[in-house]
Design a protein around this ligand. Structure first.
Ligand code: SF4
Length: 333
C-alpha cells in the first residue's frame, strides 16, 4: 500500500500557514490525494485543491495551475527526488509503497545464482525504502551488490525514465541490474542505456523477468523512426510547455542544425504531445519533440516522432556519420 507522508504536509502547513494549498502527483494516486485534501481542510480549515491533470514526474510540477488557483503551496506527491523543495511554492512529499520484495527477491537471487556475480539494484521513487532489504537478500545468496550513487535530482539507486546516473556510473563493475518495481518504463530504459542484462522484480505478482528483449523492441522502433525521418523535407519541432520539460534553447539549436542541413523547420508549442494533436499540423513530414524523450520512444505516432537523442542521431545520419549507441548515454535530454 502506498503511504503518503501526511505528517510532513501538516508540518509544512503549520510552519508556513498558507491560505490555500494544491496537491498533485502521479495519476494513480489522485484518489488518495482526495483523502489528503479532506484531512487538510478538516485540520486547518483551508482550501485544498486536487489538481487532476496528468503529472509524469518532478519534471511536470504544474505550478502554473497552483498559481491560477492562488494556492500558496503546491505539494507534489510521490516523485521523491534529492530536492525537498523547488522554489518558494513547491514542496516534494514522499509516497512510498510498503509492498514486500522478500519473496520475489529470494526467488530471483536463487535462480540467477552462478550466472551473475555482481549486481546493482535500481528502483523508482516508490520503492527506495526497500533497496537496503533487497540488498541484504542478494548478499545472503553470495552476490556482490553495488548501489550506484545519485546525482542531480536522483537519489542513490534511483532512476527516472530518461536519466540513469546510478546505473550508468557502475556499469563497468556489474554483470546485471535488478530493478525493484513493476515498471517496464523504468527498467527497459536502463537496459537500453546500458545494454546489460536487466531484470525487473514485480512484488505484486511475485515474479521477475528479464526486460532486454522488450527494450530491444523499443530501440528498434526508435531507430526505424530516425530512418523514416531521413527524407523529411519539413520538420515540426515541438517545444513541450510542461515547465520541467521546457527546452526552448535546445529546440532553437536543433532548428539551426536542421536548417544548415537543408531541412525546413516549423516551430510548434504543445502541452500534451499526442498523435491526435500533431495530426492537426499540415505539411510536416516528421516531428522532433524536445520535451520528455519517452513520448517519442514509447508511443505510436503516424508520422515519425523523434526525441532529442533520436534527433541528434538523425543529424549524424544526415552528415553521413554512424549513429550506433545513440541511446547509450546517461541522460536522454
Ligand atoms: S522520462 Fe519523461 S516524465 Fe520521466 S523524468 Fe524524464 S522527462 Fe520527466
Amino acid at each position: 500500500m502506498i503511504k503518503i507522508d501526511e505528517k510532513r504536509i501538516f508540518e509544512v502547513i503549520e510552519q508556513r500557514k498558507p491560505r490555500s494549498v494544491a496537491l498533485n502527483g502521479a495519476e494513480a494516486l489522485i484518489p488518495r490525494f482526495q483523502d489528503v485534501a479532506d484531512h487538510i481542510t478538516e485540520r486547518f480549515g483551508i482550501q485544498a485543491y486536487v489538481i487532476g491533470d496528468t503529472c509524469w514526474g518532478s519534471c511536470d510540477l504544474n505550478t502554473h495551475a497552483a498559481d491560477m488557483l492562488g494556492a500558496d503551496i503546491l505539494f507534489s506527491i510521490g516523485h521523491t527526488v534529492a530536492m525537498e523543495t523547488f522554489g518558494e511554492k513547491v514542496v516534494m512529499i514522499n509516497a512510498f509503497d510498503d509492498v514486500s520484495f522478500d519473496t520475489v527477491a529470494r526467488k530471483c537471487a536463487k535462480e540467477l545464482q552462478g550466472k551473475y556475480k555482481t549486481v546493482s539494484l535500481l528502483t523508482d521513487s516508490q520503492h527506495l525504502e526497500q533497496v537496503e532489504g533487497v540488498k541484504k537478500i542478494f548478499e545472503e545468496y553470495g552476490y556482490q551488490v553495488i548501489i550506484g550513487r545519485g546525482k542531480g535530482q536522483l537519489l542513490d539507486a534511483q532512476v527516472f525514465g530518461c536519466e540513469f546516473y546510478p546505473a550508468w556510473n557502475v556499469q563497468r563493475k556489474v554483470d546485471a541490474y535488478i530493478f525493484l518495481g513493476q515498471s517496464m518504463f523504468h527498467s527497459a530504459s536502463v537496459a537500453m542505456a546500458t545494454e546489460k542484462p536487466t531484470f525487473m522484480l514485480d512484488p505484486y505478482f511475485e515474479e521477475y523477468s528479464q526486460v532486454n528483449e522488450f527494450a530491444q523492441g523499443l530501440q528498434k522502433r526508435a531507430i526505424l523512426a530516425i530512418y523514416k525521418a531521413l527524407d523529411a523535407e519539413r520538420i515540426g519541432l515541438i517545444i513541450g510547455l510542461k515547465e520541467g520539460q521546457f527546452a526552448h534553447v535546445r529546440a532553437l539549436e536543433l532548428k539551426k542544425e536542421f536548417e544548415r542541413l537543408g531541412k525546413k523547420v516549423q516551430l510548434i508549442a504543445l502541452t500534451e504531445i499526442t498523435d491526435d494533436r500533431v495530426q492537426i499540423f499540415k505539411g510536416i513530414d516528421a516531428f522532433v519533440q524536445v520535451a520528455c524523450p519517452r513520448i517519442a520512444t514509447d508511443n505510436h505516432f503516424k508520422k515519425p516522432m523523434l526525441s532529442v537523442p533520436q534527433a541528434l542521431a538523425l543529424i549524424k545520419l544526415l552528415k553521413k556519420e554512424p549513429i550506433e549507441d545513440f541511446l547509450r548515454i546517461q541522460h536522454w535530454l
